[in-house]
Design a protein around this ligand. Sequence first.
Ligand SMILES: [Fe+2]
Length: 277
Amino acid sequence: MSTHAEDDLAASITRESAVAAPAQAPAAPDADRAVASRTRTFDNPRLRKDFADQGAFLYMEDFLAPEVTAQLVHSARALLDEVNRNYLPGHKQGGSVSRHTIDRLAPFIAELYRSKELIGWLEQLSGDKLQVSPADDPHAYALYYYTRPGDHIGWHYDTSYYDGRRYTLLLGVIDESSCRLDYELHTRNPDVPDQPGSVQIPPGGLVFFDGDKLRHRITPAGPNEMRVSLTFEYVTDPNMRPWRRFISNMKDAIAYFGFRQVFRQMTRGNSRGEDRA
Ligand SMILES: [Fe+2]
């Protein structure tokens, strides 16, 4: 039977370890090796067929290596103070951290985004040659936070403003929430009936899709919930026409990252398309 003093001590140790834990960054794994350790165990021909059959969409509940998930969870919590909150009545409420902040404070995420193993595997799935997004596209890699009641995003497509296709890879990072990714397959294909679906993306889970083909939304978070997902964007042609660039920048500034993040590259004299990593 424990005494009050023992209980107090135990509570204090628990509190201290809870406070100390975020400061202890787990060692960053080698991104290529960690991805390959998982992708070589998959039935890739079957996944490729599933992706095609579902109209350029795939969900896997267990994709990332555990050490990668641990690294992402640590980064997501460490970047909470950097979150940019946005509210668009009737469409979107939530927070995000853009690639520019990730580059400064969570470089492992940028390494994972550029992992040749990851890109090669996504190319196998999609059948397309994929490129990373231009350096000033804040969606190239970004963290999305659903931390307040009502945080959500309404039905939309991840429309490509580029000359080519735009693929979205969503990775589950933290899911202490009731949020769901609702989606509809085949909406742009008149020959196949629309097919609705709904998933929760656990930490380490994956959703990969062609942004112009998948109609989707994230349902609203409840009280005391927290959901963080990591999104990677890959393109088949990084060129973007100037008027589309303007629309895309305005959308990103208002709906996602704020004007300072989106237009910082422009104020430095760069323009989208010059730097194709
Ligand atoms: Fe989306």
